[in-house]
Write a protein that binds this ligand. Structure first.
Ligand code: GLY
Length: 412
């Protein structure tokens, strides 16, 4: 049941009904706020393509410690988030506590993984080094040439499609109003010298929806919202990922018991086996604009590299290919919290970590929306770290630091 009478202003209006927007809307509604979501296809977005690896430890990049803290916090709350959501929606999220094995195929990969293990140890993270034989004992289908690996017991997985479908139901049950239209323009009042504030959006059909606070969660299209004043949000670049879905016939099970990762010829590869027999193989990383074409080369490289790791993979039916766009901020860390434009809050720029960071983003945003206080965990990810000096005149007091601005510059 929606909490709204037609045309009434909402406490919160979320622009973008992908996994981040829906989770934020659900959590905000649970805090007693009236919430609207605007999206022509709510429940869509990058999570429809994502493999759903929850891998803050195995995906760790040097210099990304603030992001690691956020990822660990989100991972730690995933099991209870998924259980609560499944209860609220009456359907599965596909959350699965499998752990992850990252393996090396040659001595260069082995040295790189060894460095990652040492980095884990310096940071007190839980990962253990295994010989090639120990890796194959865990995963008998691995290629005989695997030289060693890292086992990370707490890097799990969730199914992005089931997760967003569950969030959509939970939102509807919590009274969130879904507007299946495009936001055509952001409404900003007070341009003529008064206090400037975001107050609503005009939909493509012409309706105006107003709200006390607006959350911009439109992934790699967030900065393209017409009417958004210059300097409020940096460009969020689309980073294409091509991905494959195969099926493990029951006769082949257990083909792979846990998430598997490797770097093959410098490219990151991962395989995520779902409980229902789906095996997701990802992903390319391509920066060429808003293009989601699946290419023969992308599919070839993924299959070639996966075959080196798991030779038996070529026996499996290939059931789907796809490509999605990761929303990359200038420093690859997310933008969480109030922007330099009063009334406008950001929840975007999650890059490779949108599915992982969903629970923590929703909790932090809902806390801010309900109380007006930026939680400490969100402070390093203030969108204002990108605002030009002039645009900061309207800023809120948040205790924000710029730690994230120096984080996450290294490209995986
Ligand atoms: N987190 C995996 C990816 O972005 O490919």
């Amino acid at each position: 049941m929606s909490r709204f009478k037609d045309g009434a202003s909402a406490d919160v209006l979320v622009i973008g009904g992908g996994v981040i927007g829906l989770a934020t809307a659900w959590r905000a509604a649970q805090r007693g706020l009236s919430v609207r979501v605007v999206d022509p296809h709510p429940g869509g977005g990058a999570a429809q393509v994502a493999a759903g690896m929850l891998a803050p430890v195995t995906e760790l990049q040097y210099g990304e410690e603030p992001l690691l803290r956020l990822g660990m916090a989100s991972n730690a709350r995933y099991a209870s988030f998924a259980a609560e959501l499944e209860e609220a929606a009456g359907r599965s999220t596909g959350y699965r506590a499998t752990g992850t094995l990252a393996v090396a195929l040659d001595s260069d990969d082995r040295a790189e993984l060894g460095d990652l293990h040492a980095f884990h140890q310096r940071l007190g993270l839980d990962s253990s080094w295994l010989t090639g034989r120990e890796c194959r004992r865990l995963e008998p289908m691995l290629a005989p040439g695997v030289r060693g690996g890292l086992h990370v017991a707490d890097d799990h997985q969730v199914d992005g499609r089931r997760l967003t479908a569950a969030l959509l139901v939970a939102c509807e049950r919590a009274g969130v109003a879904l507007h299946r239209e495009e936001a055509a323009e952001l409404r900003v009042t007070g341009e003529a010298g008064g206090a400037v504030r975001a107050t609503g959006v005009v939909l493509t059909g012409g309706d105006l929806l107003t709200a006390g606070q607006l959350v911009l969660a439109a992934g790699c299209r967030s900065h393209l919202l017409p009417g958004l004043p210059a300097g409020v949000l940096p460009a969020i670049r689309p980073v294409k990922g091509q991905i494959l879905r195969l099926r493990i016939p029951p006769a082949y099970a257990p083909f792979l018991a846990r998430n598997l990762r490797a770097v093959v010829r410098g490219q990151h590869l991962y395989l995520v086996p779902r409980a229902d027999g789906e095996l997701v193989v990802g992903a390319t990383s391509e920066e060429q604009g808003y293009d989601t074409t699946v290419t023969a080369g992308g599919v070839y490289e993924l299959l070639r590299d996966a075959h080196e790791l798991l030779p038996g993979i070529t026996e499996l039916p290939l059931v789907e290919t796809g490509a999605g766009l990761r929303p990359g901020s200038p420093d690859n860390a997310p933008l969480l919290g109030p922007t330099a434009l009063p009334g406008l809050v950001a929840a975007t720029g999650h890059y490779r970590n949108g599915v992982l960071l969903t629970p923590v983003t929703a909790d932090l945003l809902a806390e801010y929306l309900a109380t007006g206080r930026v939680p400490e965990l969100a402070a390093p990810f203030s969108p204002e770290r990108f605002a030009p000096a002039g645009a900061r005149d309207h800023t809120h007091t948040t205790g924000t630091t710029n730690a994230a601005a120096t984080a996450a510059r290294s490209q995986p």
